[in-house]
Design a protein around this ligand. Structure first.
Ligand code: ASN
Length: 324
C-alpha cells in the first residue's frame, strides 16, 4: 500500500468534537498497537546502534532563547518566562553544535519538536504540530560519513522490523521491502529540472527504494561547499512509494565569517543569536555533520500508514480539531 492521497481524518474526531471515546479506542486499536510495536523496534535499534558506536545520548531541550530558525514559515511558538522570550524547540540543531563546542564528540537526542505548521499542511499526510526526531551530530565527520552511518541505521531498522515485527506488518497489510545499500544519490537541482518544483513527490512515488537527495538551499547552518558557491553539503532521505522525506542532515558551517554571511544572506535578525554568534566568533564551534530522522514518518513508512496521525496517539494534525 502506498501513501497516495489521504481521505480519512486520521484522528478519529469529528468536526463537532464527537467521537472522544472513539479517539481513546483508537489508541488501543490493533492498528495503533502494531504501529507502536514497530516504533519500539525502531527505537531499540537506534539506541543499540548509538550505544555500540559510542554516540552519547543527551536529554532533549524543550525551551530556550534560541531554536532552529527553519527554512519555511510556521506560526510563532514562544512563551514568556518572567520577561524572557523562550522558543519551543523546532529542532536542536544549534544545541547540537554547542554541545560539540563544549567538548562532546558524538551525540544524539530523541528530540520532541514543535512546529506550528499552517493548516493546509494537514492534508500532506506527513506533518504534525508536534513530532519527535532522532537527532544526531558527530564532530569531524564528513557528509559522506554521516550519509553512510544514516543509511546503515535505516537498513538495520527496516531489517529488524521485517524480521521481528512480521505479525504487526501482517496485521497492517504491509509488505516492507529490505533496504538495498548503498542508496542512490541524486542532486536536487537535477531532479527539479526533470520533475519540476514538486520533485519530492514525483521521486518518492517513482522509487521502490529510499534515495538520497543532496544540495538543498536552506538554513544558514547547512554548509555551503567552499569550492562551489551556492552548492550545499546537505542531504535528505526520501522514502519510496509516496511517503516522502524522512531524514535531513548536513555538514555544518562553523566559521564565524561564514555563519555571518549565511545569516545575512537570509536576511535574519542576528539579535536573538548573539550568544551563539559569540561562541562562533571565539572560534569554539567545530566542524561536524549530522542528521535527524523523523520518528513518526519512519513508523508511517515502515507500517505503510496513509496518514502520519496514525503513527502516534494524540497526534495533532495542522488544521484539524485539537482535543487532547
Ligand atoms: N535535524 C536536522 C539536521 O540535523 C535539522 C532540522 O530538523 N531542521 O540537519
Amino acid at each position: 500500500m502506498g501513501a497516495g492521497a489521504y481521505s480519512g481524518r486520521g484522528d478519529g474526531i469529528g468536526e463537532s468534537g464527537e467521537g472522544l471515546e472513539e479517539t481513546l479506542r483508537k489508541i488501543g486499536s490493533a492498528e495503533m498497537r502494531s504501529a507502536l510495536g514497530v516504533l519500539g523496534e525502531a527505537m531499540r535499534v537506534v539506541h543499540g546502534r548509538m550505544y555500540s558506536e559510542g554516540v552519547v545520548q543527551l536529554m532533549p531541550i524543550m525551551i530556550s532563547p534560541i531554536t532552529d530558525p527553519l527554512n519555511h514559515s510556521v506560526f510563532d511558538a514562544s512563551i514568556d518566562y518572567c520577561g524572557t522570550k523562550l522558543e519551543l524547540t523546532k529542532s536542536m540543531i544549534l544545541h547540537k553544535q554547542l554541545a560539540l563546542a563544549g567538548g562532546l564528540d558524538a551525540i544524539y537526542i530523541v528530540s520532541p519538536n514543535v512546529r506550528l505548521e499552517k493548516p493546509e499542511k494537514g492534508e500532506s499526510g506527513r506533518h504534525l504540530l508536534e513530532f519527535v526526531q532522532v537527532d544526531y551530530e558527530m564532530k569531524g565527520r564528513s557528509m559522506e560519513q554521516v550519509m553512510r552511518f544514516s543509511e546503515e541505521l535505516l537498513a538495520e531498522i527496516v531489517e529488524a522490523v521485517r524480521t521481528r515485527r512480521g505479525q504487526e506488518l501482517g496485521a497492517l497489510g504491509r509488505e516492507l521491502r529490505a533496504v538495498e545499500l548503498p542508496l542512490k544519490v541524486f542532486d536536487s537541482h537535477e531532479l527539479e529540472r526533470e520533475y519540476g518544483a514538486d520533485w519530492e513527490t514525483a521521486v518518492s512515488e517513482a522509487s521502490r527504494m529510499p534515495v538520497w537527495v543532496t544540495n538543498h538551499e536552506r538554513e544558514f547552518y547547512d554548509r555551503e561547499d567552499p569550492a562551489r558557491p551556492f552548492t550545499y553539503r546537505n542531504y535528505d532521505i526520501i522514502y519510496p512509494e509516496g511517503f516522502g522525506e524522512g531524514l535531513s542532515g548536513a555538514e555544518r558551517e562553523w566559521e564565524y565569517g561564514r555563519i555571518l554571511e549565511r545569516m545575512e544572506r537570509k536576511g535574519m535578525d542576528l539579535g536573538p543569536y548573539a550568544a551563539y554568534l559569540e561562541v562562533a566568533r571565539k572560534g569554539l564551534l567545530v566542524p561536524s555533520a549530522g542528521a535527524g530522522i523523523g520518528v513518526e514518518r519512519l513508523v508511517r513508512y515502515c507500517c505503510g500508514l496513509k496518514h502520519i496521525a496514525d503513527a502516534r496517539p494524540f497526534a495533532k494534525v495542522p488544521g484539524r480539531p485539537l482535543v487532547f
